[in-house]
Design a protein around this ligand. Structure first.
Ligand code: BG6
Length: 509
């Protein structure tokens, strides 16, 4: 088994993509392993790592859940998942790991179940050379977190033996507001030290999101322009064409602001707006990120009315079918006031960004799935080329699909006239580097096994992000009006244009 899993040296592309970073042997224990995330994302991503030779030689997975499954039932389910959702040829890696997937049936609050898990992990160490190292993954509904944390602490599983490590990865949503996030953080702290904790935000594992730091700090040309003197405004759009599907009941409680803005969009914003860190060390990076959040003021109810727009999709023909409105989705109230679209204008109050607004928007049932960051530069101070319809320069970071970076600038149209037109310089990951790009979970799982928390949210970041979001939600709750309706398949309510200010327009990606 061992040799087939660890063959990094034979895959130069994997080396180039991930660098020569290797994880130590460990067991990954997934709580809530019968859920969708394990089958669709976690195990296919682990097999992607195995394919690239990046899984440690001693490695095993234990699925911890309530269903009465055997190891074989678990393996069968995972095999289907890898086949369906894994990168090409990852099924071979799955077969090579063979019986390295174990199932452990227990209730999340049953102490005995954890004591038995401890024994099982010791046996696995002996059988598979996992050397006493454990990574726990909370993939359950958040209501189960507290029972799991308490039991991990009480049974000593959260403390690693000498020379070994124990870590915990926690899925979003991380709390429902600042108070609940603080309470959860306190519970986490009772069981684990902060350095053992990995709060996952899968957007931070996306290549283009990681590339923000490389683009800004590995090049000499962007950073001198990266401030309010040259940048007019920044737009971050995360649009999805899907509706809430089977997640209606969850979404009713969260809305787009908790589901997307509190985490993915604000995380992206911190990377765009942060000061250069002294090093790429996890805390150096996160210290700078949290300063950005601190520089965003808590909104008053009046500011919420002036700086945010929320919408809710209604039934409309879209993509050749007639799709339901949000209120008709399963698990959603017929009078629901939950927003499925939000646009927010934020100001980062520091010297670098004093007059540059950050405009963030996200929604379901928008015309297409696209995530991008558009940095719009100021116009030249004097217009020489009269009669040309020139738009401002835009540096576009495409997170998905078609990952890449492009720059829009004016160029002379060939011919005798002095006419200038916008053109685009384009870099595409697919063409520049080739190969299949790895799922963001691959990178994040690898980092958690290596012990690098740079791409994970720290306690203070999560709580600061909630402070901002809580103030927006409070303003919405105090308002007499609810979300504005928008037809499925459109870009959301028109009133979002009022957030932009004179002479600016939302991009139509
Ligand atoms: C998740 C949200 O965090 O991100 C989902 O809970 C959303 O509602 C998803 O669909 C979007 O992720 P991606 O990677 O498809 O853009």
């Amino acid at each position: 088994m061992a040799d087939t899993i660890s063959n990094a040296a034979t895959n130069p592309l994997a080396e180039e993509l991930h660098g020569a970073r290797h994880a130590k042997p460990c067991v990954l224990v997934i709580f809530g392993a019968t859920g969708d995330l394990t089958k669709r994302k976690l195990v296919p991503s682990l097999m992607g790592l195995a394919k690239d030779g990046l899984l440690p030689t001693g490695f095993a997975v234990v699925g911890f859940a309530r269903r009465p499954w055997s190891d074989q039932d678990f393996q069968k389910e995972l095999a289907e998942g890898v086949e369906q959702f894994g990168r090409s040829e990852t099924k071979k890696s799955f077969d090579a790991l063979g019986d390295g997937f174990y199932f452990h049936q227990s209730d999340f609050t049953n102490r005995e179940g954890y004591l038995a898990l401890g024994k099982k992990l010791d046996q696995i160490d002996a059988l598979r050379g996992t050397q006493g190292n454990r990574v726990f993954y909370l993939a359950t509904p958040p209501s189960a977190y507290s029972g799991i944390l308490e039991n991990l602490a009480a049974t000593g599983l959260s403390k690693a033996a000498d020379g070994c490590f124990a870590r915990i990865i926690i899925e979003k949503p991380f709390g429902h507001d600042q108070a609940s996030a603080q309470a959860l953080n306190d519970q986490v702290r009772n069981a684990f030290y902060e350095r053992q904790v990995f709060r996952i935000d899968h957007y931070l594992g996306k290549e283009t999101v990681q590339n923000i730091l490389a683009l800004r700090f590995a090049n000499g040309i962007f950073e001198p322009l990266w401030n309010e003197k040259f940048i007019d405004h920044v737009q971050v759009t995360v649009a999805e064409s899907i509706g809430v599907g089977s997640r209606g009941a969850y979404f009713e409680e969260s809305g787009i602001i908790r589901d997307m803005l509190q985490n993915h969009l604000l995380q992206v914003l911190t990377l765009v707006a942060m000061e250069p860190p002294a090093s790429l060390n996890a805390d150096a990076v996160r210290d700078e990120k949290v300063k950005v959040l601190r520089a965003i003021r808590t909104f008053s109810a009046r500011e919420v009315a002036a700086s945010t727009v929320r919408g809710q999709y209604i039934a409309a023909p879209f993509g050749g079918e007639s799709v339901k409105g949000y209120r008709e989705e399963d698990g959603v109230s017929k009078e629901s006031g939950t927003e499925t679209f939000a646009a927010v204008r934020l100001q980062v109050n520091n010297w670098r960004w004093a007059n540059t607004p950050f405009l963030l928007r996200s929604g379901k049932r928008l015309p297409r799935r696209v995530s991008e960051i558009a940095i719009t530069f100021k116009r030249p101070p004097h217009v020489l080329f009269q009669g040309s319809d020139l738009q401002p320069n835009v540096l576009l970071l495409r997170i998905q699909p078609d990952e890449g970076v492009s720059l829009r600038f004016g160029s002379k149209v060939p011919g005798p006239d002095l006419r200038v037109r916008d053109v685009r310089m384009d870099f595409r990951y697919g063409t520049a580097f080739g190969g299949e790009s790895a799922d963001s979970y691959e990178r994040l799982l690898l980092d958690s096994m290596i012990g690098d928390s740079t791409l994970f949210a720290r306690r203070d970041e999560v709580e600061e992000a909630w402070r901002i979001v809580d103030s927006i939600v409070a303003g919405w709750n105090a308002s007499k009006t609810g979300p504005e309706p928008y037809a499925a398949g459109t870009w959301g309510p028109d009133s979002q244009n009022q957030l932009l200010g004179e002479g600016r327009a939302w991009r139509k990606p």
